[in-house]
Design a protein around this ligand. Structure first.
Ligand code: FE2
Length: 422
């Protein structure tokens, strides 16, 4: 055995197990593995899970906050304006450097599968080139799916339709879209038709920024549902954001959720940016900017989580932590029941894997040995403490380690260590 992880606590397991890895794959999972590994790690009863899945991020914009200016209104529209100005003077090496740093944060936080939306609105497709190069350079360490994302719409500006097609020819993995960014409702529908046509031509999945607005009149999710059903594309279709759903009239939302379930499409929610950008203009009372997570869950729809923005005009903070995103969503989406918190953990692992269409995901014999060890006894503690990722293992290779902070209190009558655990 190349590596044995001893005393691992798997989710939903009653006893600790040993996990053996050979030639980059899981080769044995048992209560006691009697052979010795070339390398051994004692998990010490900590939670051992498949790596986190980042379902939606914009690595091309990551860490650009403040360039050329900060977003003072906090709205999506000002963020898009700032990003447009930034794109006029961008330099590929700089984009790559920032994106690589953001990826290093994601990996250190236990993420090994990333779907990144890449803006294809510049004529040279330079951002796409930068992401394709990074994807190649880092392929041994992390899986990156690149969505060709028309930030400014497909038909709102001349030539974007051809640019989207060119991005797929150059190697983008997924077709994106932005129907609510088009000039009219009709163009929004046309842009979705165009994205589905391209997805069929190139045999790639679809992930569209859908109804990312507080406007309850924005109703493009239903169009995506219709095309997914008509064209028999189910698991490979994702509607990201769907924040307008929060504000829909309840009868319409109930009908839509039933049809999303019927179509089998995925929904991605982005707790940070949705909370930050949506419903900015409505004064008080101020509605939350999230889609209807609990109702989607109750209907059995696959919902996963993205960070969306890591220090850019759309979201000025962030460190690429899926646990932090899940922690925020727990509060905003009222997912505080014991089982609901466990479901939040699914949304950053197995449900994210379903959104990305990952094969061989999970700790099973024969699967690639991608696994993380968290400084937590279970998934609820991991979300509560936004725990450190002690080990990140990629195909049997340890690629990241962390040592949790030691805190020592010197009180008047005693000294003690504090780790926030029970
Ligand atoms: Fe996004």
């Amino acid at each position: 055995m190349d590596l044995i992880i001893r005393r691992a606590r798997l989710r939903r397991a009653k006893t600790l197990v040993d996990i053996a890895i050979k030639d980059g794959k899981f080769s044995a999972i048992d209560e006691h593995i009697n052979t010795e590994g070339k390398k051994e790690i004692d998990a010490d009863g900590n939670l051992v899970t498949p790596p986190f899945v980042e379902s939606h991020v914009h690595l091309d914009a990551a860490l650009s906050v403040g360039n050329p200016r900060y977003n003072q209104s906090g709205t999506l529209l000002e963020a898009i304006d700032i990003w447009s100005d930034y794109k006029k003077d961008m330099v590929k090496a700089d984009i790559k450097k920032r994106a690589k740093q953001a990826i290093s944060w994601l990996i250190a936080n236990g993420v090994l599968h990333v779907r990144t939306h890449t803006d294809i609105s510049d004529p040279e497709l330079m951002l796409l080139e930068a992401m394709l190069e990074l994807k190649d350079e880092l392929e041994e360490d992390v899986d990156i799916q690149i969505v060709a994302f028309p930030q400014d719409g497909i038909f709102a500006y001349k030539g974007m339709d051809k640019r989207l097609q060119r991005a797929l020819e150059k190697g983008a993995d997924v077709v994106g879209g932005m129907p609510q960014g088009e000039l009219t409702r009709e163009d929004g529908i046309r842009s979705i038709t165009y994205a589905f046509d391209l997805a069929e031509t190139f045999s790639v999945p679809i992930d569209i920024h859908t109804d990312e607005t507080s406007d309850e009149q924005s109703r493009f999710t239903e169009v995506i549902v219709k095309y997914a059903m008509e064209r028999g594309m189910t698991n490979s279709v994702t509607a990201s954001h769907a924040t307008a759903m929060h504000n829909y009239e309840n009868d319409y939302a109930a009908k839509l959720i039933g049809n999303i379930k019927r179509a089998g499409i995925n929904i991605v929610t982005n707790p940070f940016s949705n909370a930050l950008l949506q419903n900015r203009l409505e004064g008080y009372p101020r509605r939350r900017g999230h889609t209807r997570i609990d109702e989607l869950h109750a209907a059995g729809i696959n919902v996963s989580i993205g960070n969306d923005n890591i220090m850019d005009p759309f979201g000025p903070v962030g460190k690429g932590s899926m646990l932090q995103a899940a922690h925020l969503l727990l509060h905003h989406a009222h997912l505080s029941d014991h089982e609901q918190i466990k479901d939040l953990f699914d949304m950053i692992t197995t449900k994210g894997a379903k959104t990305l269409g990952l094969n061989d995901y999970g700790i099973e014999i024969g699967h690639p040995a991608n696994v993380i060890i968290l400084d937590a006894s279970d998934e609820i503690e991991a979300i509560r403490l936004t725990s450190e990722c002690l080990y990140v293992i990629r195909e049997g290779r340890v690629i990241s380690t962390a040592k949790p902070a030691k805190r020592r209190l010197m009180l008047a009558r005693e000294n003690m260590e504090v780790d926030f655990k029970l």
